[in-house]
Design a protein around this ligand. Sequence first.
Ligand code: BGC
Length: 354
Amino acid sequence: MKKLVSLLLVVVLLLSFALTGCSSSDSKMIGVAMPTKSLQRWNQDGANMKAKLEEAGYEVVLEYADNKIDQQVSQIENMITKGCKVIVVASIDGTALKGALAQAAKEDIKIIAYDRLIRDSENVDFYATFDNYLVGQIQGEYIIKDLGLESGAGPFNMEVFGGSPDDNNAYFFNSGAMDTLQPYIDNGQLIINSNQVDMEQIAIQGWKSEGAQARMDNLLTAFYADKNVDVVLSPNDSLAQGIVASLKAAGYGSADKPFPVLTGQDCDTTNVKMLIAGEQSMSIFKDTRTLADQVVSMVSAIMAGETVPVNDTETYNNGVKVVPSYLCEPVFADKDNYKELLIDSGYYTADQIQ
Ligand code: BGC
């Protein structure tokens, strides 16, 4: 009888171990919470990170939240229950995770904010991203070079779009680009006919293509009935897709209405095709392999109790503290360099962008 009871105990213990995945003390489990599957980049980010973390010997719980805040919160809570030691979060709304992160901190779980800073919480341990201000700067510099602004060309008609207002990155992209372009706005080489430059006027909720398309439609109707728009500053590719749809519907892409200089970010396959077709001028390339490698180094250092590699301890104040960050360097892709950057490097196959 005694033997039977202890046998039963062992079975129960083994079962609970199997159900929770591991005992929390020797867990090698890492949580990865991504915002949505609807944008190509997050699928790549998630897949890359899972592969690299597994290669490094970790078990990975990877979840996508369909851009729903509640869903992301419960996914993080689940990761905590499962005994994850580190949770990597690309947040949907950078201000909505305070409660979940406080719970994680109680369990001594470390949080790495991925790509987007998590705001208003003291329980964000590290931040891994591409340099968001530099993203905007490179977009601005591309416009300056493409239009020949340094040699006095112009004036050109420009419109400006902003990213989602709940995404901390959106403000960095905007200031990087606008700080770079401001001298040419001030001296009249760039004319913003709508006068809309504040984030309240230009931000597109949820980074939605349809939102960008609707705003571009409105701008074209209200301000461009008798002139062409020559430049559109778009912070990313999903917005650029909507902007191009609107431009096409208004007859752009013809000899008397050439496509404007148009920026973007992410090098989504759809947009790389748009670069090749001459509908979009450039896109920022943020190689998710680089960021995933960085996150794996951070996770490994945390797990080994070693110093976590960071290269910026000043820029990213989340409202409560400055979060130690590692900033990777973005580059731009356009029709002249995309082959080398995206195909020769093995990021995409030639088939993917045909
Ligand atoms: C990312 C961009 C992305 C955008 C929309 C931003 O936080 O940094 O790469 O295009 O979100 O998902």
